[in-house]
Structures are given as C-alpha cells and as structure tokens.
Design a protein around this ligand. Structure first.
Ligand SMILES: [Zn+2]
Ligand SMILES: [Zn+2]
Length: 341
C-alpha cells in the first residue's frame, strides 16, 4: 500500500511498497479517506516530540471499514467510521482505577506510537471505532478527533452560561473551542491571534471580538471589553509558554485558566506563584479525549458546528511534504490542512 513514513526529524517519505497492516481478531482495517495534519504531527516532524521511528503518522482520520477481525459484530464492510487514536490496555493500575483519562501505563496511540493514517490503510482495535453518518463528508469527519479533544478542554475549563471567555490562538483548535464555548453558554468570546486571516475566520464563526496582538495590547483591550475586570475563563490554544502567560493576564481575579495547547516537550513556563495566589486562579490542563469521542461524533453529525470551514488546504498523500510545510505556517492563511487519501 501507499504510506507516508516518518524516518526522523524533517524526513517523511511516501512509499508505495509498505505492507498492509495485518489485523487481529479484535481489530478493524480502515481504508483511510481523509487525515488531518495536527500540531502534534508538526511537533514530531520538527523533533519537539519524540516518537519511535520509522512510523506512519496521522491520528485524525476518517475512512471506511475494509476488513474486520474474527469476533466483531455491529460493523460492516463499507461502514463510514472514525477512530479514537488512544489505545488503553484495560489491565494496568490506572485503567483499573477507571480514571476518566488516558493515564494508562501501556498507552499506545495510532499515528504517534503505532502506525497511523497517512496511508491507504490503518488498523485499530474495534473498541476505538465509531460509526459516522454516510452524509458526513470524510474531510469534515477527520476533524472529529481534534473536536473530541476540544470538548475535553471545554469540560475542564468549566464554562458556565454567561461566562466571558477569551481564547488565545485562532488556529484549528482555537476556532473549534470558540464554537464550543458559544454553545456552552459564553456571553462573549474574545479571540486573539497574530494573523488577520485567522481572526477574520474567528469573526465569521461567531467570535464577538477579535484582537490582533501585533497591533493591540490584548490585556488592555480585554479589560476595556469587560468593564475593567478581565474574563472569567481564558483558554490557551497555542502551545507556547508566552501564550499561557498571556491567557493568564486576560483573567479577572478568581478566573479559570485552561492550558489547552501542547507546548514543546522541553519548554518551560515562568510564573510568579504570588500572582496565582493573589488571583486565586484555577488552572486546569486538558489531556487528549477521554470519553469525549462519542460526543464529538454527535456534534459533528448535528450540523451545529462549522468544521469544514476550517479546512483551508487539501493535498494528496504524495504531496505530504508540501502539506506539512503549509500546515507549519509557510503559507500565512493556512488553518487546517487535510490529506485526501
Ligand atoms: Zn491531533
Ligand atoms: Zn492501562
């Protein structure tokens, strides 16, 4: 089969001689139709996140069931599906503590630690597979994985009806968080970014105010928009320590900060503990998508979100190196880049 194999930092090669995955009796073979490029893929590509190599990346995907293992009911060949990439063991201490999270000591992740979806076929355990409606376009369905992560983030931020919310970063994640924050009852959502194209998209998706931090001091602007107080909830959706600091500074006293973005593995965030004390700030983080995948499928199927609008670029598998370049910011207006397979 064809597959884009990641060999090491900055080295992805498309090959046509990769062996198709062999499925076990509790696994499903998926013929991949669309796979999104995620910030995590970019971290890995740049060497900011270590993975075993060689490996096929790609953990945000949709496709059709091409084969099922021996003991699988309820799935038919040709069914349209997406798959949760995180694979737990069900046997370790964390799994048995039924933590609603992916702290599994033997955690594997499709496209991160085991072969993923930048290929004709990918295999996943049946319990990770979710059926989607035939009408849902494959490219849009590839955004269900980041949507599931964002639902976790919204849960962790604890947005209440009437909260004023700021979202730092208007990339694909920031723009999904924006839509979810509105649906969760935020009275206003303020979005910040460096790029006007992204802020324009934020406005078209319902942001009440946008701030280009190159031109405007976001702290001052947010104060002005909130009667001098700051927002109740700030979500950092960039993945950089500076962005976390910025999100924190947008809060009112007693506010809630959710650090959603994934910073490079060795990045350090400098913070004055006294400031946290004085503000009695609640800080949460958000780790992957525990038990939010079904909700993401429901939301994507409901038509209440505009996910497809986030896809600004589509490439074929053979063009994956260029796709990574564009997703990595080489082209200013790129938001979500999807590989159509
Ligand atoms: Zn992702
Ligand atoms: Zn486990």
């Amino acid at each position: 089969m064809r597959a884009a194999v990641f060999y090491g930092v900055g080295d992805i090669r498309v090959r046509s001689d990769v062996k198709e995955p062999e499925i076990l009796k509790d696994e499903v073979l998926i013929n991949v139709k669309a796979a999104g490029i995620c910030g995590t893929d970019l971290h890995i590509y740049r060497g900011e996140w270590e993975v075993p190599t060689p490996i096929i990346l790609g953990h945000e995907f949709s496709g059709v069931v091409a084969d099922v293992g021996g003991e699988i009911e309820g799935l038919c060949l040709g069914d349209h599906v997406v798959a949760e990439p995180n694979i737990t063991c069900g046997r370790c201490w964390y799994c048995r503590m039924s933590e609603r999270n992916y702290f599994c000591e033997n955690l594997k992740a499709t496209g991160v630690t085991v072969d993923g979806a930048f290929a004709d076929y990918v295999k996943v355990p049946v319990r990770n597979v979710y059926k989607i409606p035939d009408e849902l376009p494959f490219d849009e369905a590839a955004l269900i994985e980041p949507l599931a992560c964002c639902i976790r983030g919204i849960d962790r931020a604890g947005i209440k009806v009437g909260d004023r919310v700021a979202i730092v970063g208007a990339g694909p994640i920031g723009l999904i968080l924006l839509q979810l924050a509105k649906l969760a009852g935020a009275s206003i959502v303020i979005q910040t970014d460096l790029r006007d194209e992204r802020l324009e998209m934020a406005e078209s998706l319902g942001a009440d105010y946008t701030i280009n931090i190159n031109r405007e001091d976001p702290v001052e602007a947010v104060k002005e928009l909130t009667g001098g107080y700051g927002v109740d909830v700030a979500i950092e959706a960039v993945g950089k320590p500076e962005a976390i600091t910025q999100a924190m500074r947008l809060l009112r006293r007693g506010g809630r900060l959710n650090i959603f973005g994934v910073s490079p593995q060795d990045a350090v965030w400098r913070v004055k503990p006294f400031e946290l004390y004085e503000m009695e700030m609640t800080i949460t983080t958000s780790y992957r998508s525990p038990f939010t995948f079904q909700r993401a499928v429901e939301m994507a199927s409901s038509g209440k979100l505009r996910l497809r609008k986030l896809i600004t670029h589509r490439f074929r598998l053979e063009e994956i190196v260029e796709a990574f370049r564009v997703a990595g910011g080489a082209v200013g207006e790129a938001v979500k880049v999807v590989i159509e397979i």
